[in-house]
Design a protein around this ligand. Structure first.
Ligand code: NDP
Length: 268
């Protein structure tokens, strides 16, 4: 077993360990911010600081890889190499939104976050992106698989795009909610029940969309590392979706009548 494999299995193990902890203790930011977790900072800055390493590490490994190639023209590039670039492109689109667009659009209308959350998120982003970038650009796992464009790539990228759209649209609904309310009430951080989109069925469609995104990415990449990220996303976001769902039920008496699930939509 190579050192990389040890790093990967340690990563998968820590995701599985974090899951039960997060079911019991919610991360102290946003609506679950509470005292006793140390100093805070504005949440939009928190998002930029904690998520931008994921963008820059992947972009850096990708740029180095491109420089090493001696392509003579488009015809010389094998489809597995295009697939590698496509996967990195999906990654960069996601993190350009999360690290720069999402915090810019919040415009301060959000509760602070804590340095504890920001530092653990930095660790998460650096480790996770390093593993994925290394698999794509140093171990060249997709290139070496010798795959051509196949069904799992097409289905995976389509699933990634649907997940991304659900995530983006759901974040947009909560953002509009906050802004509309603030404009009329001239107040800080109000909460209201979100309606529309996947909120019809679940309390945390942004989290569900994000999980679908990384499952699609893993299906398209077919690397263990990409699956480890999908697993981690679930371990991280499912517990918070449950806590948010319970919070909605406790905060808004009428919420129970909406018959929403926490994370998984009910197909019936
Ligand atoms: P939330 O939905 O809790 O909050 C997003 C924004 O909307 C915050 O500004 C929040 O304000 C506001 N908001 C949320 N609900 C309401 C409401 N009912 N009324 C008014 N405003 C509301 O999401 P997170 O902050 O936890 O996550 C943001 C994004 O980051 C999501 O898309 C998520 O998928 C992603 N993420 C990914 C993780 C991963 O492991 N891959 C981990 C964590 C997040 P306030 O902050 O004041 O509560």
């Amino acid at each position: 077993m190579e050192f990389y494999d040890w790093l990967l299995y340690a990563w998968i193990g820590s995701g599985l360990l974090v899951f039960p902890v997060l079911l019991l203790v919610s991360a102290p930011y946003g609506r679950h911010l509470r005292t006793g977790w140390g100093p805070t900072l504005p949440s939009n800055w928190g998002w930029v600081i904690q998520e931008s390493p994921s963008f820059f590490i992947m972009a850096g490994y990708g740029a180095q890889w491109l420089r090493r190639r001696t392509w003579k023209g488009v015809q010389d590039v094998r489809s597995a190499e295009w697939m590698t670039l496509l996967l990195a492109g999906c990654w960069l689109v996601h993190y350009a939104n999360r690290a720069f667009v999402f915090p810019l659009r919040m415009r301060g209308g959000s509760k602070p976050t804590t340095w504890v959350v920001v530092s653990t998120a930095i660790l998460f982003c650096v480790y996770n992106t390093y593993l994925n970038a290394y698999a794509l650009f140093v171990r060249e796992e997709v290139v070496r698989s010798g795959r051509g464009v196949d069904a799992s790539l097409v289905m995976g990228v389509a699933m990634w795009a649907v997940g991304w759209a659900v995530n983006y649209h759901s974040d947009d609904i909560t953002r509009q909610l906050r802004r509309a309310r603030d404009r009329s009430a001239k107040a800080g951080t109000h909460y209201a029940i979100p309606y529309g989109g996947m909120f019809r069925y679940i309390s945390a469609p942004n989290y569900f969309g994000e999980w679908v995104e990384w499952c699609g990415f893993a299906l398209a990449a077919r690397t263990r590392t990409a699956w480890s990220f999908a697993l981690w996303t679930f371990c991280n976001l499912y517990p918070r979706a449950r806590t948010n769902h319970q919070w909605y039920l406790a905060t808004f008496p009428e919420y129970a009548k909406l018959h929403r699930n926490a994370f998984f939509p009910d197909p019936s």
